[in-house]
Design a protein around this ligand. Structure first.
Ligand code: ATP
Length: 243
């Protein structure tokens, strides 16, 4: 008897194309995210990763294609409704409010929620994931280090109670040890069942924690496999892992 693991697709992207004027940055990509998994979309600078993510978040509109989440066609929803439906992006460049305290930033993440006890519970969870945020709760977010600001950006997104967490280059500009820390915590977050779509130039770290990976080059998906298989793929090693 085979043990079947249920793999429900929580996000399904089909033939998605996105242009800036005459420049087609994403050229008809297909990508799926299974519920409870981490999918990594990796590739070089300018490959189209951020464009794809911004389109899922509704901040860019595609020229064609579909993004299905839980019976909703996301390309037809506003960014606000996409967040409300449970698809929440942690912004590149942190995008935290530096003149507010850490606690106020986290509070903002939960502004649309009415379940007070759930919010209090999630706040404790975020503080347990990132103890430094608890220590610095009443300090200004602007005084945090780059790594701590990235942690706060992730914490704030978690306070919105996402069903899918989207991350754009969480490793950007951070020292290797901090990057390892962030990726370890992403894995921990994923273990609670949260589905994650991770966009990264740090191909090695991303594929290490991802169940599935997609490699994008000049707007097209050129390879897809399990994260582990891609880590050992000669083409990936040569192009992205300094092999
Ligand atoms: P990065 O890691 O640098 O963000 P990326 O893989 O996320 O790279 P995108 O930012 O999605 O790549 O860019 C894909 C292509 O679209 C690139 O050729 C880029 O120059 C172009 N592009 C991105 N943003 C714009 C814009 N606002 N206007 C015009 N072209 C853009």
């Amino acid at each position: 008897m085979s043990t079947s693991v249920s793999t429900k697709q929580i996000l399904a992207i089909s033939d998605l194309a996105v242009s800036y004027g005459h420049i087609e940055a994403v050229k008809g990509i297909n990508l799926t995210l299974n519920e409870g998994e981490i999918t990594a979309l990796v590739g070089a600078n300018g490959a189209g990763k951020s464009t794809a993510l911004l389109t899922i978040s509704g901040l860019l509109k595609p020229t064609r294609g579909s993004i299905q989440f839980d019976g909703n066609e996301l390309t037809k929803l506003s960014p606000h409704d996409i967040v409300r439906s449970g698809v929440v992006q942690v912004a590149e460049g942190r995008a935290i409010l530096t003149t507010l305290t850490v606690a106020e930033n986290l509070d903002l993440g939960s502004y649309a929620r009415r379940d007070k006890s759930g919010v209090a519970h999630d706040l404790e969870w975020v503080y347990s994931l990132f103890p430094v945020l608890k220590q610095r709760a009443n300090g200004l977010a602007g005084n945090l280090s780059g790594g701590e600001q990235q942690m706060l950006a992730i914490g704030r997104a978690l306070m919105a109670k996402p069903r899918i967490l989207l991350l754009d280059e969480p490793s950007m500009g951070l020292a290797p040890l901090i990057v390892q820390d962030i990726f370890r915590i992403l894995k921990e977050i994923n273990r609670t069942g949260l589905s994650i779509l991770l966009v990264e130039q740090n191909v090695r770290q991303a594929l290490r924690i991802a169940q599935r990976g997609y490699v994008i080059e000049t707007g097209k998906i050129v390879l897809t496999d399990s994260g582990a298989a891609l880590l050992h793929d000669p083409k990936v090693i040569e192009a992205y892992l300094g092999g």
